[in-house]
Design a protein. Structure first.
Length: 358
Protein backbone atom coordinates (compact mmCIF):
# COMPACT_ATOMS: atom_id res chain seq x y z
CA UNK A 1 0.00 0.00 0.00
CA UNK A 2 1.35 3.43 -0.99
CA UNK A 3 2.10 5.74 1.90
CA UNK A 4 0.06 8.88 1.17
CA UNK A 5 1.67 10.83 3.98
CA UNK A 6 5.01 11.31 2.21
CA UNK A 7 6.03 14.96 2.48
CA UNK A 8 7.40 17.22 -0.22
CA UNK A 9 10.75 17.14 1.55
CA UNK A 10 10.88 13.36 1.22
CA UNK A 11 10.09 13.58 -2.48
CA UNK A 12 12.51 16.44 -3.04
CA UNK A 13 10.09 18.23 -5.40
CA UNK A 14 7.89 21.13 -4.20
CA UNK A 15 4.92 22.91 -5.76
CA UNK A 16 7.24 25.82 -6.49
CA UNK A 17 9.55 23.45 -8.34
CA UNK A 18 6.62 22.19 -10.40
CA UNK A 19 5.54 25.75 -11.27
CA UNK A 20 9.09 26.64 -12.25
CA UNK A 21 9.21 23.57 -14.48
CA UNK A 22 6.00 24.65 -16.21
CA UNK A 23 7.41 28.14 -16.72
CA UNK A 24 10.60 26.66 -18.14
CA UNK A 25 8.69 24.90 -20.90
CA UNK A 26 6.00 27.53 -21.35
CA UNK A 27 5.96 29.55 -24.56
CA UNK A 28 5.99 33.32 -24.27
CA UNK A 29 3.63 35.01 -26.72
CA UNK A 30 3.59 38.66 -27.77
CA UNK A 31 1.12 40.73 -29.81
CA UNK A 32 2.20 40.63 -33.44
CA UNK A 33 3.43 37.04 -33.34
CA UNK A 34 2.06 34.58 -35.89
CA UNK A 35 1.66 31.14 -34.32
CA UNK A 36 0.11 27.78 -35.23
CA UNK A 37 -3.04 26.82 -33.36
CA UNK A 38 -5.70 24.14 -33.29
CA UNK A 39 -9.43 24.81 -33.02
CA UNK A 40 -10.85 22.80 -30.14
CA UNK A 41 -14.13 24.60 -29.40
CA UNK A 42 -16.39 26.69 -31.62
CA UNK A 43 -18.57 29.21 -29.79
CA UNK A 44 -21.58 31.15 -31.14
CA UNK A 45 -19.53 34.33 -31.72
CA UNK A 46 -15.97 33.01 -31.77
CA UNK A 47 -13.74 30.03 -31.13
CA UNK A 48 -11.23 28.73 -28.56
CA UNK A 49 -7.81 27.95 -29.99
CA UNK A 50 -5.01 25.85 -28.49
CA UNK A 51 -1.71 27.58 -29.27
CA UNK A 52 0.28 25.96 -26.45
CA UNK A 53 -0.40 28.65 -23.86
CA UNK A 54 -1.59 27.89 -20.33
CA UNK A 55 -5.06 29.16 -21.24
CA UNK A 56 -6.90 28.65 -24.50
CA UNK A 57 -6.73 31.71 -26.77
CA UNK A 58 -9.89 33.24 -28.22
CA UNK A 59 -10.70 34.53 -31.71
CA UNK A 60 -13.87 36.64 -32.03
CA UNK A 61 -15.97 36.24 -35.16
CA UNK A 62 -15.08 39.72 -36.47
CA UNK A 63 -11.41 38.67 -36.56
CA UNK A 64 -11.96 35.49 -38.56
CA UNK A 65 -11.81 36.92 -42.08
CA UNK A 66 -11.10 39.98 -44.17
CA UNK A 67 -14.65 39.51 -45.47
CA UNK A 68 -17.93 39.56 -43.55
CA UNK A 69 -18.58 36.38 -41.57
CA UNK A 70 -21.97 35.49 -40.10
CA UNK A 71 -21.01 32.17 -38.50
CA UNK A 72 -17.63 30.85 -37.20
CA UNK A 73 -18.22 27.62 -39.12
CA UNK A 74 -17.84 29.55 -42.38
CA UNK A 75 -14.13 29.87 -41.60
CA UNK A 76 -13.12 27.34 -38.94
CA UNK A 77 -13.67 23.63 -38.31
CA UNK A 78 -13.09 21.70 -35.08
CA UNK A 79 -9.56 20.23 -34.81
CA UNK A 80 -8.37 22.35 -37.74
CA UNK A 81 -4.79 23.62 -37.41
CA UNK A 82 -3.74 26.88 -39.03
CA UNK A 83 -1.86 30.14 -38.43
CA UNK A 84 -3.16 32.85 -36.13
CA UNK A 85 -2.03 36.40 -35.41
CA UNK A 86 -1.76 37.38 -31.74
CA UNK A 87 -3.82 40.52 -31.54
CA UNK A 88 -3.71 41.47 -27.86
CA UNK A 89 -1.77 40.42 -24.79
CA UNK A 90 -3.29 38.25 -22.06
CA UNK A 91 -6.35 39.64 -20.30
CA UNK A 92 -7.01 39.31 -16.56
CA UNK A 93 -7.87 35.64 -17.13
CA UNK A 94 -4.60 34.99 -18.94
CA UNK A 95 -6.34 34.64 -22.31
CA UNK A 96 -4.85 35.91 -25.59
CA UNK A 97 -6.98 37.33 -28.43
CA UNK A 98 -6.21 36.05 -31.93
CA UNK A 99 -6.93 37.18 -35.49
CA UNK A 100 -6.96 35.60 -38.94
CA UNK A 101 -8.06 38.81 -40.57
CA UNK A 102 -4.86 40.62 -39.66
CA UNK A 103 -2.84 37.93 -41.49
CA UNK A 104 -5.10 38.31 -44.52
CA UNK A 105 -4.63 42.10 -44.46
CA UNK A 106 -0.84 41.76 -44.29
CA UNK A 107 -0.86 39.42 -47.26
CA UNK A 108 -3.35 41.61 -49.16
CA UNK A 109 -1.11 44.68 -48.82
CA UNK A 110 1.87 42.60 -49.88
CA UNK A 111 -0.03 41.40 -52.93
CA UNK A 112 -1.20 44.88 -54.05
CA UNK A 113 2.34 46.24 -53.63
CA UNK A 114 3.52 43.44 -55.90
CA UNK A 115 0.79 44.21 -58.45
CA UNK A 116 1.75 47.90 -58.40
CA UNK A 117 5.42 47.04 -58.88
CA UNK A 118 4.44 44.91 -61.90
CA UNK A 119 2.30 47.81 -63.23
CA UNK A 120 -0.52 45.30 -63.47
CA UNK A 121 -4.04 46.08 -64.62
CA UNK A 122 -6.66 44.64 -62.25
CA UNK A 123 -10.42 44.34 -62.59
CA UNK A 124 -12.93 44.98 -59.84
CA UNK A 125 -16.60 45.76 -59.49
CA UNK A 126 -17.79 49.07 -58.05
CA UNK A 127 -19.71 48.41 -54.82
CA UNK A 128 -20.44 52.01 -53.78
CA UNK A 129 -19.87 55.66 -54.71
CA UNK A 130 -19.38 58.84 -52.72
CA UNK A 131 -19.03 62.54 -53.50
CA UNK A 132 -15.40 62.13 -54.57
CA UNK A 133 -15.52 58.93 -56.64
CA UNK A 134 -16.16 55.19 -56.54
CA UNK A 135 -15.25 52.32 -54.20
CA UNK A 136 -13.97 48.89 -55.21
CA UNK A 137 -12.41 45.83 -53.54
CA UNK A 138 -8.86 44.79 -54.43
CA UNK A 139 -7.57 41.64 -52.70
CA UNK A 140 -10.13 42.31 -49.97
CA UNK A 141 -8.93 45.90 -49.41
CA UNK A 142 -11.17 48.87 -50.11
CA UNK A 143 -9.87 50.89 -53.04
CA UNK A 144 -10.89 54.38 -54.13
CA UNK A 145 -11.19 55.71 -57.70
CA UNK A 146 -11.22 59.55 -57.74
CA UNK A 147 -13.89 61.02 -59.99
CA UNK A 148 -11.17 62.58 -62.17
CA UNK A 149 -9.88 59.06 -62.89
CA UNK A 150 -13.23 57.55 -63.90
CA UNK A 151 -13.32 57.53 -67.70
CA UNK A 152 -16.98 57.18 -68.52
CA UNK A 153 -19.84 59.52 -69.33
CA UNK A 154 -22.20 57.63 -67.05
CA UNK A 155 -23.16 59.25 -63.75
CA UNK A 156 -20.92 57.55 -61.22
CA UNK A 157 -23.96 56.33 -59.28
CA UNK A 158 -24.77 54.09 -62.25
CA UNK A 159 -21.38 52.38 -62.01
CA UNK A 160 -22.38 50.33 -58.96
CA UNK A 161 -22.12 46.67 -59.94
CA UNK A 162 -20.03 47.41 -63.04
CA UNK A 163 -16.58 45.83 -63.35
CA UNK A 164 -13.79 48.21 -64.37
CA UNK A 165 -10.16 47.76 -65.48
CA UNK A 166 -7.91 49.67 -63.06
CA UNK A 167 -4.30 50.79 -62.61
CA UNK A 168 -2.70 51.60 -59.25
CA UNK A 169 -2.09 55.26 -58.40
CA UNK A 170 -1.22 54.92 -54.71
CA UNK A 171 -0.57 51.95 -52.42
CA UNK A 172 0.18 53.22 -48.92
CA UNK A 173 -0.34 50.76 -46.09
CA UNK A 174 0.97 53.20 -43.48
CA UNK A 175 -1.64 55.83 -44.43
CA UNK A 176 -4.24 53.14 -45.14
CA UNK A 177 -4.85 54.39 -48.69
CA UNK A 178 -5.41 52.44 -51.87
CA UNK A 179 -6.10 54.72 -54.88
CA UNK A 180 -6.73 53.50 -58.43
CA UNK A 181 -7.37 54.87 -61.90
CA UNK A 182 -9.86 53.66 -64.47
CA UNK A 183 -8.73 56.32 -66.93
CA UNK A 184 -5.12 55.19 -66.87
CA UNK A 185 -6.10 51.58 -67.55
CA UNK A 186 -8.09 52.65 -70.61
CA UNK A 187 -5.27 54.89 -71.84
CA UNK A 188 -2.81 52.02 -71.61
CA UNK A 189 -5.15 49.65 -73.43
CA UNK A 190 -5.76 52.23 -76.16
CA UNK A 191 -2.05 52.98 -76.44
CA UNK A 192 -1.35 49.34 -77.20
CA UNK A 193 -3.31 49.85 -80.44
CA UNK A 194 -1.79 53.22 -81.38
CA UNK A 195 1.50 54.13 -83.04
CA UNK A 196 3.61 57.25 -83.21
CA UNK A 197 3.07 58.81 -86.66
CA UNK A 198 -0.49 57.50 -86.92
CA UNK A 199 -3.24 59.90 -88.02
CA UNK A 200 -6.43 59.70 -85.97
CA UNK A 201 -9.73 61.55 -85.92
CA UNK A 202 -10.86 63.00 -82.60
CA UNK A 203 -13.16 65.49 -80.94
CA UNK A 204 -12.13 68.57 -78.98
CA UNK A 205 -13.34 67.98 -75.41
CA UNK A 206 -11.59 70.81 -73.61
CA UNK A 207 -9.49 73.90 -74.34
CA UNK A 208 -6.88 75.32 -72.00
CA UNK A 209 -4.41 78.20 -72.47
CA UNK A 210 -1.66 75.64 -73.14
CA UNK A 211 -3.55 73.45 -75.61
CA UNK A 212 -6.60 71.38 -76.51
CA UNK A 213 -7.63 68.00 -75.15
CA UNK A 214 -8.75 65.68 -77.93
CA UNK A 215 -10.89 62.58 -77.37
CA UNK A 216 -9.58 59.80 -79.61
CA UNK A 217 -11.74 56.75 -79.13
CA UNK A 218 -12.44 57.18 -75.43
CA UNK A 219 -9.04 58.45 -74.26
CA UNK A 220 -7.69 61.97 -74.10
CA UNK A 221 -4.64 63.26 -75.93
CA UNK A 222 -3.07 66.71 -75.64
CA UNK A 223 -2.59 68.94 -78.66
CA UNK A 224 -0.17 71.46 -77.17
CA UNK A 225 -0.44 75.05 -78.41
CA UNK A 226 3.05 74.85 -79.92
CA UNK A 227 2.00 71.75 -81.92
CA UNK A 228 -1.04 73.35 -83.56
CA UNK A 229 0.78 75.31 -86.29
CA UNK A 230 4.20 76.49 -87.38
CA UNK A 231 2.84 80.03 -87.11
CA UNK A 232 2.45 81.64 -83.69
CA UNK A 233 -0.93 81.22 -82.01
CA UNK A 234 -2.00 83.37 -79.06
CA UNK A 235 -4.61 80.94 -77.79
CA UNK A 236 -6.04 77.56 -78.91
CA UNK A 237 -9.49 79.19 -78.79
CA UNK A 238 -8.57 81.12 -81.95
CA UNK A 239 -8.32 77.83 -83.86
CA UNK A 240 -10.69 75.34 -82.16
CA UNK A 241 -14.04 75.19 -80.43
CA UNK A 242 -15.23 72.48 -78.05
CA UNK A 243 -16.84 69.58 -79.99
CA UNK A 244 -14.89 70.35 -83.19
CA UNK A 245 -13.91 67.22 -85.09
CA UNK A 246 -10.20 67.29 -85.85
CA UNK A 247 -7.60 65.18 -87.61
CA UNK A 248 -4.35 64.90 -85.64
CA UNK A 249 -1.15 62.88 -85.67
CA UNK A 250 0.27 61.04 -82.66
CA UNK A 251 3.81 62.26 -81.91
CA UNK A 252 4.40 60.60 -78.54
CA UNK A 253 2.97 57.75 -76.45
CA UNK A 254 3.95 57.50 -72.79
CA UNK A 255 2.12 54.52 -71.32
CA UNK A 256 3.79 54.81 -67.94
CA UNK A 257 2.52 58.35 -67.42
CA UNK A 258 -0.73 57.87 -69.36
CA UNK A 259 0.16 60.59 -71.85
CA UNK A 260 -0.73 60.89 -75.54
CA UNK A 261 0.81 63.87 -77.34
CA UNK A 262 -0.72 65.06 -80.61
CA UNK A 263 0.17 67.43 -83.44
CA UNK A 264 -1.44 69.19 -86.38
CA UNK A 265 1.66 71.30 -87.03
CA UNK A 266 3.49 68.26 -88.40
CA UNK A 267 0.61 67.77 -90.87
CA UNK A 268 0.81 71.28 -92.40
CA UNK A 269 1.88 71.21 -96.08
CA UNK A 270 2.95 74.85 -95.63
CA UNK A 271 3.57 76.72 -92.37
CA UNK A 272 0.36 78.33 -91.12
CA UNK A 273 -2.05 76.12 -93.07
CA UNK A 274 -3.92 75.16 -89.87
CA UNK A 275 -4.88 78.80 -89.54
CA UNK A 276 -5.35 79.65 -93.23
CA UNK A 277 -6.69 76.43 -94.76
CA UNK A 278 -7.52 73.70 -92.25
CA UNK A 279 -9.30 71.52 -94.84
CA UNK A 280 -6.11 71.32 -96.89
CA UNK A 281 -4.23 70.09 -93.81
CA UNK A 282 -6.81 67.37 -93.25
CA UNK A 283 -6.81 66.37 -96.94
CA UNK A 284 -3.00 66.05 -96.97
CA UNK A 285 -2.77 64.53 -93.47
CA UNK A 286 -1.88 60.97 -94.49
CA UNK A 287 0.70 62.18 -97.02
CA UNK A 288 2.38 64.46 -94.46
CA UNK A 289 2.24 61.75 -91.81
CA UNK A 290 4.02 59.35 -94.15
CA UNK A 291 6.84 61.90 -94.58
CA UNK A 292 7.01 62.31 -90.79
CA UNK A 293 7.32 58.56 -90.31
CA UNK A 294 10.09 58.40 -92.92
CA UNK A 295 12.01 61.12 -91.07
CA UNK A 296 11.43 59.33 -87.78
CA UNK A 297 12.68 56.04 -89.20
CA UNK A 298 15.72 57.76 -90.68
CA UNK A 299 16.57 59.22 -87.29
CA UNK A 300 16.19 55.83 -85.64
CA UNK A 301 18.50 54.28 -88.22
CA UNK A 302 21.04 57.07 -87.87
CA UNK A 303 20.51 58.35 -91.42
CA UNK A 304 20.66 62.08 -91.97
CA UNK A 305 17.32 63.28 -93.21
CA UNK A 306 15.78 66.66 -93.84
CA UNK A 307 14.80 68.05 -90.44
CA UNK A 308 11.23 68.83 -89.62
CA UNK A 309 10.26 72.47 -89.78
CA UNK A 310 10.60 72.73 -86.00
CA UNK A 311 11.67 70.48 -83.15
CA UNK A 312 8.97 68.59 -81.33
CA UNK A 313 8.04 70.39 -78.14
CA UNK A 314 10.11 69.58 -75.07
CA UNK A 315 8.44 66.86 -73.05
CA UNK A 316 8.56 68.81 -69.82
CA UNK A 317 6.37 71.50 -71.37
CA UNK A 318 3.52 69.09 -72.02
CA UNK A 319 1.03 68.77 -69.18
CA UNK A 320 -0.18 65.18 -68.74
CA UNK A 321 -3.38 64.26 -70.54
CA UNK A 322 -4.55 62.53 -67.38
CA UNK A 323 -4.10 63.69 -63.82
CA UNK A 324 -1.23 62.24 -61.80
CA UNK A 325 -1.25 61.27 -58.17
CA UNK A 326 0.00 64.71 -57.19
CA UNK A 327 -2.91 66.36 -58.99
CA UNK A 328 -5.56 64.80 -56.77
CA UNK A 329 -6.78 67.94 -55.07
CA UNK A 330 -7.05 68.38 -51.34
CA UNK A 331 -10.82 68.33 -51.64
CA UNK A 332 -10.70 64.99 -53.41
CA UNK A 333 -8.04 63.71 -51.02
CA UNK A 334 -10.41 64.25 -48.11
CA UNK A 335 -12.86 61.96 -49.89
CA UNK A 336 -10.39 59.07 -50.15
CA UNK A 337 -11.63 56.47 -47.66
CA UNK A 338 -9.26 54.21 -45.81
CA UNK A 339 -8.46 50.96 -47.58
CA UNK A 340 -9.59 49.24 -44.41
CA UNK A 341 -12.26 50.64 -42.13
CA UNK A 342 -11.71 51.39 -38.46
CA UNK A 343 -14.28 49.88 -36.11
CA UNK A 344 -12.24 48.05 -33.47
CA UNK A 345 -12.65 48.83 -29.74
CA UNK A 346 -10.41 51.63 -28.48
CA UNK A 347 -7.95 49.23 -26.89
CA UNK A 348 -6.82 47.90 -30.26
CA UNK A 349 -8.32 50.18 -32.95
CA UNK A 350 -4.99 51.84 -33.78
CA UNK A 351 -3.42 48.48 -34.46
CA UNK A 352 -6.17 46.61 -36.28
CA UNK A 353 -7.71 48.01 -39.48
CA UNK A 354 -11.05 46.46 -40.36
CA UNK A 355 -12.60 46.09 -43.80
CA UNK A 356 -16.24 45.49 -42.82
CA UNK A 357 -18.59 48.45 -43.20
CA UNK A 358 -20.86 49.33 -40.35
Amino acid sequence: MVNQNITATEIGFTHEDFAALLDKYDYHFSPGDIVPGTVFSIEPRGALIDIGAKTAAYIPIQEMSINRVDSPEEVLQSNETREFFILTDENEDGQLTLSIRRIEYMRAWERVRQLQAEDATVRSGVFATNRGGALVRIEGLRGFIPGSHISTRKPKEELVGEELPLKFLEVDEERNRLVLSHRRALVERKMNRLEVGEVVIGTVRGIKPYGAFIDIGGVSGLLHISEISHEHIDTPHSVFNVNDEVKVMIIDLDAERGRISLSTKQLEPEPGDMIKNRDLVYDKAEEMAAKYREQLLAKQQGITAAPAAEEVIAEEDIPPATETEEEITAAIEEEIPAAVEEEIPAAVEEEVPVAIEE
